[in-house]
Design a protein. Sequence first.
Length: 168
Amino acid sequence: MLEIARASKQTYVSLDRMTEHDLLEVVALEQMCNLSPWGWDAYHTELQSTANSLMLVARVANSTSETERPIVGFIVARELADEIHINNVAVKPEFRGRGIGRMLMKTALAWGRERHARQAVLEVRAGNDRAHQLYRGCGFEVIGRRRRYYKSPVEDALLMAVSLEHTP
């Protein structure tokens, strides 16, 4: 377990390294949140290259057994040259607004700083206002637009970045 923190007044969340045993829940959450699909094989492949990847799951920590600690969020990030690319972030709809996404993002940004990355970048659907709010709250700014980047439905992506060189 990496960390237990209070995501809100009622919810304590632990951040754990993602394992192969988590992948069915991660893929189900990916589908629930309508992310561009990676699927089990892509996550499994990414798990094999953990030297340059950060793959975390968020679980409700104030539960009594491991089987009662479902995954309520996850993040996948990869180090590429001198930057961190945030590939996927998701939080179960019923757990949104409790600080879980912010906790996942802040952990990934701290990981990037530890690796001496210059910046973190990500793409987000142009119409996903809730995600924009989360990312802006973590210091990201829009630096570009990728036309028709997403499929199903077709939508532009906003390219966002945050400097990791001078952030707390």
